[in-house]
Design a protein around this ligand. Structure first.
Ligand SMILES: NC(=O)N[C@@H](CC(=O)O)C(=O)O
Length: 435
């Protein structure tokens, strides 16, 4: 679809009748989009814009629990406008924006400001994540309660980019957010075991390349501590970007014990291994680092059996002048929003491990539920908000970083042949992407 197609130029007042899409694996049906919600297709007006979706799959709009939008502060890397354009291009209708901006989202005012910018300039819902600690310094709790009671209604709190390393502060944070059903999303990285220089999975490759190692236990050790604190406080813990088999073992144990823990895996940890680092290309520098093939197999298995609940992108745009350095000095992080579904289709759907229904739960309804986000991740049913992603399960393309709508170019998939599934996205009935 070209940018001038009826899809992208459709006024929201017009009926859109989507014909014949397979509803997340439940079989083909028609959908009518009217006034921002799904209405009964039998009521479609004769002048409805008709979208031929036979052979396509309809998913509820995707929800990303882990996006770095960089606004405010680093608008040279990404803005709310470009980040949400990338989200819409990737099939997302909501993104949770990490707090490691400048200034940090650690006050009610900062959260409300981002909410307002999102409403004014976003092509997806922007949900501010609040910092756990003031300035992400790991010393004093941020204004958790005020952020929760603000118009942003913050429920997810994270110091992502940094670990809440102090066990006492983590305990306090968990205790505090329990009162309003909040969740602490932990970037699990013991700074004493994996400090600021650590940039390569500790193992044969780090030895060979002479890069500072980031051992698996630095992640699993923090997760083991935190599930204990979640049990003690009877509060909700979410583990960001799980990267190792050891962490999966801890999560399995904690879930069997009934501890309220959820976890995410990124698309890059589902497909890429530490071997990508052999060329010292800083595009592949990310936190936590790419791991071994055994770890990749373990996180895929955990996503399949539900030990890992969701896929989250950790979309981490960086300007060229922050990324183009010697490997150890480059900023960690990679783009993810535009290609996340492609990687999930490649690694989980095509091999037959996950069906479309499971893709809808792991990329839409469960992330929305973890964030306590009403109006997202809802079923494709009459009366529900019209958040919809149309997917072509067969299309493939070679990824071209120059074609990205993100402001940054740190795309680890550049030059790779991958599925190219997203055909169109509607957010609250508004066409936000179409081709
Ligand atoms: N995931 C990343 O590699 N980068 C994140 C922060 C972080 O987790 O280090 C970023 O904000 O760039």
């Amino acid at each position: 679809m070209s940018p001038t197609s009826p899809l992208t130029s459709t006024p929201t007042t017009t009926d859109v009748l989507v014909l014949g899409a397979d509803l997340a694996g439940a079989g083909p049906a028609n959908l009518l989009i009217r006034d921002g919600v799904f209405a009964d297709p039998a009521d479609a007006r004769p002048d409805a814009v008709r979208v031929d979706a036979y052979g396509l799959v309809a998913l509820p709009g995707l929800v990303d629990l882990h996006t770095h939008l960089r606004e405010p502060g680093r608008e040279d890397a990404e803005t709310v406008t470009t980040g949400t354009a990338a989200a819409a291009r990737g099939g997302y209708t909501a993104v949770l924006a990490m707090a490691n901006t400048s200034p940090v989202t650690d006050t009610a005012e900062a959260a409300e400001h981002l909410l307002d910018v999102g409403r004014a300039t976003g092509t997806a819902q922007v949900v501010p994540i609040g910092a756990v600690s003031k300035g992400l310094a790991g010393e004093e709790l941020a204004e958790l309660g005020l952020m929760a009671r603000s118009p942003a209604q913050t429920r997810v709190f994270s110091d992502d980019g940094r670990c809440v390393a102090d066990a006492r502060l983590m305990r306090r944070a968990l205790e505090y957010v329990r009162a309003f059903d909040g969740v602490i999303a932990q970037h699990a990285q013991d700074p004493r075991l994996a400090g600021p220089d650590a940039c390569c999975d500790e193992g044969p490759v780090s030895g060979r390349l002479g890069l500072p190692g980031w051992p698996a236990v630095a992640e699993a050790g923090i997760v083991a501590r935190d599930v204990g604190l979640a049990e003690l406080t009877r509060s909700r813990l979410h583990v960001c970007h799980v990267s190792t088999a050891e962490t999966v073992d801890v999560l399995r144990w904690a879930k069997a014990r009934g501890i309220a823990v959820t976890a995410e895996v990124t698309p890059h940890h589902l497909l890429l291994t530490v071997d990508e680092l052999l060329g010292y290309d800083p595009t592949f520098k990310v936190n936590p680092p790419l791991r071994s093939a055994e770890d990749v197999a373990a996180v895929r298995e955990a996503l399949t059996d539900g030990t890992i609940d969701v896929v989250a992108t950790d979309h981490a745009p960086h300007a060229r002048h922050d990324k183009e350095h010697a490997f150890v000095d480059a900023a960690p992080g990679m783009l993810g929003l535009e290609t996340a579904l492609a990687v999930v289709v490649e690694t989980m759907v095509r091999p037959g491990t996950l069906g479309w229904r499971e893709v809808a739960t792991r990329m839409s309804s469960v992330p929305a539920h973890i964030a306590r986000l009403g109006g997202q991740g809802r079923p494709l049913a009459v009366g529900e908000p019209a958040n919809l992603t149309l997917v072509d399960p067969t299309r493939r393309a070679t990824v071209d970083r120059a074609a990205s709508v993100s402001l940054s170019r740190n795309n680890p998939w550049h030059g790779r042949d991958l599925p190219d599934p997203v055909v169109a996205t509607w957010w609250a009935g508004r066409a936000t992407y179409g081709r």
